[in-house]
Ligand binder design. Sequence first.
Ligand SMILES: C[S@@+](CC[C@H](N)C(=O)[O-])C[C@H]1O[C@@H](n2cnc3c(N)ncnc32)[C@H](O)[C@@H]1O
Length: 486
Amino acid sequence: MTVTQTTPEATGIGAIIEVETGAMAHGGHCVARHEGRVVFVRHAIPREQVRVVLTEAEPGARFWRGDVVEVLRGSEFRRIHQWKLADSLRAHASGRLPVGGAEFGHIVVHHQRRLKAQVFRDTVARIAGAALEPEVLRAGPEDEPTGQHWRTRNAFAVNPHGHIAMHAHRSAVLLPVRNMPLGVPALDALALWDWDLTGAARVDVATPADGSRPLVLVTPTPQTLADEARLGRLRSRVRQAANATETEISSGFAVPGPKRHSPARIERITGRTWVQESVDPERGAARTFRVTGDGFWQVHRHAPATLVDAVLEDADARPGQIVADLYAGAGLFSAFLADAVGEQGRVYSVEAARQASKDARRNLLSLPQAGVLNGPTDKVLGSWLKEPDRPASGGGLEGRALDTVVLDPPRAGAGRRVVERILALAPGRVVYVSCDPASFARDLAWLREGGYEVERSRVIDLYPDTHHLESVTLLRPAAEVATATR
Ligand SMILES: C[S@@+](CC[C@H](N)C(=O)[O-])C[C@H]1O[C@@H](n2cnc3c(N)ncnc32)[C@H](O)[C@@H]1O
């Protein structure tokens, strides 16, 4: 991208404008105004005077986007970005765009949390019309004050030279990566930057928080997949690199399915096709989990235990109760909820991804009160409403009412149909775990219209140095919340 000279009337991509930044908005940018138009400014902090290079600037567009390239009056909460590749100031100074994924790295961590709580409050007020005052929690007891070294899951592209790389933000440009400061130290130990991955398109790495054997999953390019000889050479190079590392590591190919969204087939190269994860929450006994391939697992090394504690506290599950764990992945919450309800109770672990449900079955094997239902949430809830007396052996509720619904949907949220079905099932508690305040707020509005009210809400900083946030919110029928808080 070329950066043009500053002029007062400068417009267009690459032009530089000067603005004063307003509030932090959902998405990680500050809202600013330039000649009456809204500009979303990344790498800023509210109430700064900055120069911004425009990165999206269609003349007729309602808003433009830009990155800070110079700070004229900085916030007291600004610090030097600790990852050169993601630092907007150094990136633009050397004529390139910053990589995405650490867009809050220039803000001291305690202020990042304050901004995330403000974004959560503002988003929920704007979309759901609810005034929430969330408690703000750190990801874990020994959080890094730098906001680094927490990611147990990392994904990289591979450039045409066979080196791991990352995309510049909102761009097809690939920048080679020599370190990943947000990754746990075990990621550095793999020295993936030195692997020759010619013929690969992407690498997904799982480095379990308990230090057990990592898994490096390589996705070959379509051209490599179509050529047995090329694929064989890539396989040999991966095997060689995996065997050359000091610690034992697993490796494999992720072979994309025939359709766009069909799951990848995992082909083992060294070790095994899964990782072990250990979770030791304060409110439950330690457990281990198996997660196959690039299956979903909470990314922050402390996230599983911290979320389990929050969910157990809000669900308050008692022996004999019936609990639905929706969007359950490999059964993380289901296992601890099943411990809480005991053998007289029942936990339904509902998950759409087939491999995740297979892992959940294995992870919940010692808990006969936990049943895994593989299928989309709306269908499972629909079948419960249609046939309330179906026996538990057939995935039914046996005519019993649900005491609690825990839901942890992907970024898109649960959606209207799922919310309506939860309302129709009328659980005593709804524990909503969310990684997106906007979709959460939309679903929350429907839950409130349906007669539920928020009893407690928490924002947990599971993604330091990024704008992302997690929230855990307990809802109960409005009349009960009013009584409890009176
Ligand atoms: C944010 S993850 C949560 C997983 C789990 N609660 C955990 O903490 O490990 C969301 C999960 O929802 C699953 N999922 C996505 N759409 C779904 C749907 N329509 N019905 C059921 N599960 C779905 C994904 O496969 C993923 O495992």
